[in-house]
Design a protein around this ligand. Structure first.
Ligand code: TYD
Length: 227
């Protein structure tokens, strides 16, 4: 992964992570949690330890932050960005990094790019600032692979019909279109570290495309996951 000068994080050259870190990204209702579960089964069937987690809310503290973020009152956009970054920082320090270091494959339902797309882009806080905030909070941890499940926000909203929307899901179609565009731009800028999958197809077909790429990563050996 690209070197980030001046890092004083817990991961050093002599203790490079041996596992793999995979993030599933995309708008609400694109099928991330279904794909996370399918990928977990696929990894375990290959004898690998799969750690399935999510943001916000992958830890005990994270669950408190998740409740406040998704079901609490409105907060200033910067407060919102800081709370997501706090959740991420604790998640990485207490769960993600230890798992990668013991050789597990960590699959997270959302990571840093969600903040870049939702807070940086759709909330107009600035993609670079929001990315730097999360990189600071995680000592620069980037996924080995980010899978973007791409779906028209209108179709995604239809899929969610009947579910009570959370605070972010209640945002406008324009907001969700901005989120989609941001994910696609992030993926387009770094194709080696991203896989964009058309999420408007059967879950089994989406799963097949994801595992094809993950298999390549596993065969190639892990490059490590610190930025
Ligand atoms: P998610 O857990 O995917 O929602 P659900 O379980 O209802 O499918 O995500 C919760 C919401 O939080 C989602 O609308 C996206 C938003 N979010 C951000 O705005 N920024 C972030 O950094 C993260 C991780 C999520």
């Amino acid at each position: 992964m690209g070197a980030r000068g001046g890092n004083v994080g817990p991961v050093t050259q002599s203790s490079r992570p041996r596992g793999l870190f995979i993030a599933l990204e995309g708008g609400d209702g694109t099928g991330k949690s279904t794909q996370r579960a399918l990928l977990g089964e696929w990894l375990e069937a290959r004898g690998l330890e799969a750690v399935l987690t999510r943001e916000p809310g992958g830890t005990e503290l994270g669950l408190l932050l998740r409740e406040a973020l998704l079901h609490g009152g409105d907060v200033d956009p910067r407060t919102e960005a800081l709370l997501f970054a706090t959740d991420r920082s604790h998640h990485v320090a207490s769960l993600v990094r230890p798992a990668i270091e013991r050789g597990a494959v960590v699959v997270t339902d959302r990571y840093l790019d969600s903040s870049v797309a939702y807070q940086g882009s759709a909330r107009s806080l600035g993609r670079d600032e929001v990315r730097e905030l999360s990189l600071w909070g995680t000592y620069g941890l980037l996924p080995d692979l980010t899978v973007v499940l791409d779906l028209d926000p209108v179709v995604a909203a239809e899929r969610r019909a009947g579910e009570a929307p959370d605070r972010l899901e209640r945002e406008s179609l324009r907001f969700h279109s901005d989120v989609r565009e941001a994910f696609l731009e992030l993926a387009g800028a770094e194709p080696a570290r991203y896989l964009v999958v058309d999420a408007d197809q059967e879950p089994g077909a989406v799963h097949g495309l994801i595992t094809e790429r993950v298999a390549q990563l596993l065969e190639g050996g892990n490059a490590g996951a610190d930025a």
